[in-house]
Design a protein around this ligand. Structure first.
Ligand SMILES: [Zn+2]
Length: 179
């Protein structure tokens, strides 16, 4: 009888822990550190990314990646893979693999989007004025394939005073050991 009671109590505890997510693996974890599937087993430096059309991008990107990088969408704050990600390495373009930002310039902005104060190189980034939604902002994109990354604002930390506010789905992450 006692044994049965212990078993029931154990069963209830395990159930409760599952409900509170104790055993649940963070769903986003499986994607962190992985590169977009279409970039595997190709030499991304040899591809002419500028000539890829919307049909190509629709085929190789996830719907969310396509919406953000090709239609200038924005993922919801605090939902992306990298807004609170702290590992050391390089953030690359999720569309073409170009190296864009280093974890050394990533900082906690409190916005819920991955934020950096400087790109790896100015050549990696393209900028243009964006007047959508009644605001004047500076849009930033990958210079190699044109993927929309996010926006840059003049309220970042020193030494640049800039805040590159990016979408996680625009990025892949390469750990320092694999650079
Ligand atoms: Zn790119």
């Amino acid at each position: 009888m006692k044994k049965a009671l212990i078993f029931v109590l154990l069963f209830i505890s395990v159930g409760a822990l599952s409900v509170f997510g104790f055993f649940k693996k963070d769903a986003d974890d499986s994607q962190i550190g992985l590169i977009s599937p279409h970039l595997k087993s190709i030499d991304a430096d040899q591809v002419n990314w500028k000539e890829k059309d919307k049909d190509y991008w629709k085929k190789v990107l996830t719907p969310m990646q396509y919406e953000v990088t090709r239609n200038e969408g924005t993922e919801r704050a605090f939902t992306g893979q990298y807004w609170d990600y702290k590992k050391e390495g390089v953030y690359t373009c999720s569309n073409c693999g170009q190296k864009l930002f280093s974890s050394d310039t990533k900082y906690k902005s409190g916005t819920g989007w991955p934020s950096f104060f400087k790109p790896l190189s100015q050549e990696a980034i393209g900028e243009r004025k964006d007047s959508s939604f009644g605001m004047t902002r500076t849009e930033v994109h990958c210079s190699r394939c044109g993927a929309h990354l996010g926006h840059v604002f003049p309220d970042g930390p020193q030494p640049t005073g800039l805040r590159y506010c990016l979408n996680s789905v625009s990025l892949n992450f390469q750990p320092r050991s694999q650079e």
